[in-house]
Design a protein around this ligand. Structure first.
Ligand code: SAM
Length: 223
C-alpha cells in the first residue's frame, strides 16, 4: 500500500454504491406488462444505470429483445417458469432517479469507484458496467440528490400525468432502517405502481418459492 492517505480519503468520501445494469433484465417483463408509456422513477439509482431498461438489449435464452441504443450491452437472462417475455422494450416517456449520492457516468472517478465495488470473480460485470455507463453518457438520466422517502413526492410530481408512474428499486432497502422501509412501502402502496427487486421490500414474509427469472451470470441478490 503505497498511498495510505489517499486510500483513507477515498474510503471516507465514498459510500457503498454499486450499479448493475443486468438487473434491468429481471425488471423488463414487469415494466413491459404495465400500461404504456411509462414514467420511471428509481429510488437508490446510483449512477442511473438501472434507469435505462429500454436502451439495453436482452437475450432471454434465445428470445431477443432489441434496445434503443444499438451500442448498449446485451443482457443475458435465463427465464425460469412462465415469465411473460416482452416482444419489445417498454415505451419510456420520462425517467428520473433519486439517490443520497448520485454518481455521474461521465465522471471517470465515479465509474472507477463503481468498478472497485464489483465483486471479485464476477465474469463480465466490469465490462457490462463500462458498456452501460456509455449508454448513460449518451442518454444522461435525470438524477436528484435526496432521500427515497423524503424526496419522493416532489420528484414524482414532475412525471407527466398521462404516463404510468412506476416507482422501483433494486438493492437499496438494505441500507434503510426498518421503520423508514415501512413508511416507504406505505408511500408507494396501491394504487401507485411499484416494482421491487430485493428481499425485505416492506411486505410480510411469504412462503419461499423459486424465482420467476434468473439472471446469468450475476446473482441479483449480491449487490
Ligand atoms: C447497492 S446500490 C444499488 C444501485 C442500483 N439500484 C442497482 O441496483 O444497481 C444502493 C444505492 O442506494 C442509495 N441509497 C441508500 N440509501 C438511500 C436512501 N435513503 N435514499 C436514496 N438513496 C439511497 C445508495 O447511495 C446507493 O447508490
Amino acid at each position: 500500500m503505497d498511498r495510505p492517505d489517499e486510500l483513507t480519503g477515498v474510503m471516507i468520501a465514498r459510500r457503498t454504491q454499486t450499479n448493475e445494469a443486468a438487473r434491468c433484465a429481471v425488471l423488463l417483463p414487469a415494466l413491459a406488462a404495465l400500461p404504456q408509456p411509462l414514467a420511471l422513477l428509481e429510488v437508490g439509482a446510483s449512477a442511473g444505470l438501472t434507469l435505462l431498461p429500454d436502451l439495453y438489449s436482452y437475450d432471454y435464452a434465445g428470445h431477443r429483445v432489441d434496445g434503443l441504443d444499438t451500442q448498449g450491452p446485451l443482457l443475458a437472462c435465463r427465464p425460469c417458469g412462465p415469465v411473460p417475455l416482452p416482444g419489445a422494450v417498454p415505451d419510456v416517456a420520462w425517467r428520473a432517479g433519486i439517490d443520497l449520492n448520485p454518481l455521474d457516468a461521465g465522471d471517470e472517478a465515479d465509474i472507477a469507484w463503481l468498478a472497485c465495488l464489483v465483486w471479485p470473480g464476477e465474469k463480465g460485470r466490469t465490462e457490462r458496467l463500462h458498456a452501460a455507463a456509455g449508454v448513460a453518457r449518451r442518454h444522461p438520466p435525470r438524477l436528484h440528490r435526496g432521500d427515497l422517502l423524503d424526496d419522493l413526492p416532489a420528484v414524482a410530481a414532475q412525471a407527466p400525468p398521462d404516463a404510468t408512474l412506476v416507482v422501483y428499486h433494486t438493492a437499496v432497502l438494505a441500507y434503510v432502517e426498518q421503520a423508514r422501509r415501512q413508511a416507504f412501502a406505505a408511500a408507494v402502496a396501491a394504487p401507485r405502481r411499484r416494482v421491487a427487486l430485493q428481499r425485505g421490500a416492506g411486505r410480510p414474509p411469504r412462503r419461499r418459492r423459486g424465482p420467476a427469472t434468473q439472471r446469468v451470470p450475476v446473482d441479483p441478490r449480491r449487490q
